[in-house]
Design a protein around this ligand. Structure first.
Ligand code: PRP
Length: 183
């Protein structure tokens, strides 16, 4: 047991369960994107681990890009304003994009990004999120590919952080309240 494991209340999805679900999503996207030269766009930082696994699970000829965003305002009552802090590096006009996210929460980030990519001329924008937390949604947006639908709990691991830590846990777990209640 590592020091990080001791901060976890319960494991939601094991490393093996995540791998099995990633394989299923990869197979599904293979059928949908084979021959369509998709561009996988990962939203930093949370999606970096899922991105690495999903592009290897989906063996279509494709390329990858990375975008980083930050939201204004405090996290619980976000205004929905999103700022791009690192943009993609190529012309996406006419391309079929697949945006790879770790979690779809309020929907602010992905509703902004979907519109942004369409404005830049993408032919299509599909959304693949590892976790979906529909109970927190404030924007009308749904993902095309969903790994797991999760309750409104503080989840970390497999890319998801608390105060930038726990991203490297190989599983997804719920953080013990005492870890963050001291704030
Ligand atoms: C998280 C997550 C999504 C976003 C989802 O990112 O990676 O990008 O929040 O929330 P929303 O649906 O309410 O917009 P975060 O801002 O925590 O940054 P990170 O990816 O660096 O962890």
């Amino acid at each position: 047991m590592s020091m990080m494991d001791q901060d976890i209340l319960k494991v939601l999805y094991t490393q093996e369960e995540i791998a099995a679900r990633v394989k299923e999503l990869g197979d599904q996207m293979y059928k949908d994107f084979e021959g369509k030269d998709p561009l996988f766009v990962s939203v930093l930082r949370g999606a970096f681990i899922f991105m690495a696994d999903i592009v290897r699970a989906c063996q279509v000829k494709s390329d990858v890009e990375f975008i980083a965003v930050s939201s204004y305002g405090n996290a619980t009552t976000s205004s929905g304003a999103v700022q791009i802090t690192h943009d993609i590096q190529q012309d996406i006009s006419g391309r079929n994009l697949v945006v790879i996210e770790d979690i779809l929460d309020s929907g602010n980030t992905l509703s902004f990004l979907k519109q942004y990519f369409l404005t830049k001329g993408a032919a299509s924008v599909a959304i693949c999120t590892l976790l979906d937390k529909p109970s927190r949604r404030t924007k009308v947006i749904t993902a095309d590919y969903i790994g797991f639908t999760v309750p409104d709990e503080f989840v970390v691991g497999y890319g998801l952080d608390y105060a930038q830590k726990y991203r490297n846990l190989p599983y997804i777990g719920v953080l013990k309240p005492e870890v963050y209640s001291g704030e």
